[in-house]
Design a protein around this ligand. Sequence first.
Ligand code: KMH
Ligand code: ZN
Length: 271
Amino acid sequence: MDKLIITAALTGAEVTREQQPALPVTPDEIARAAEECAAAGAAIVHVHARYPDGTPTQDKAIYAEIIEKIRARCDVIVQVSTGGAVGMTAAERLAPVELRPEMATLSMGSVNFGDDVFLNPPADMEHFLHTMKELRVKPEFEIFDAGMLHSLQRWINKGVVAGPVHVDLVLGVPGAMAGTPESLMFLRSQLPHGATWTVAGIGAAQLPLAAMAIALGGHVRVGFEDNVWFRKGELATSNAQLVARIARIAREIERAVATPGEARALLRIES
Ligand code: KMH
Ligand code: ZN
């Protein structure tokens, strides 16, 4: 089995300080959280930017500051979000990709997202794909529902996406695919040939789906973007606490944890 790649989704666009007092918001806080997570075993940090008041933004200058501050502290793969927040335009969402980070997310379709709709029309997805290809940014395809894997397969068949792809199975968003073992096993059975995959379970689904992924040879994403709890009724104290638990479980069942360098090799990221 390949070594386990742990991604820390540090901030997201939706979680507030009221929900999670340790949420990193400023570039300094995000960089510090990234360093702590890297020390705990994360090879990738998935990053969203916020204005100082906590409002989500895709401001290129703020992303640049975050990336620079993370790089000054530690070696970790920085993956910017192109999902941003619901309601942002495609151009806004794509802005941080112009900084040529090592990775960026790319959602594979539209989906209900809580009380909102997260829109990803095909023309926007194709534009995102071409831009990432041109700027040599490795995409992580965000899969919220089964049809999105089918869409990805269509892009591969058309030759727009070259494999092997890396996907993130995001399970448990209200309105999308449930955070259950059955969902994970089904999506795993539908992966494009040679794909690497990680699972991001939302809320209470985070830990059990992570444990399954460790055993199945997949990879794991944890962090406040997806889940603010350590266990029922007990908030996590930091993103790193969630990462450390995954690394601990993996080591206990003899699955080694990948360094950022090993993750680059596994995901074929050119540095
Ligand atoms: N904030 C969500 C609407 C991504 O980062 O690429 C979308 C999201 C996905 O977070
Ligand atoms: Zn995100």
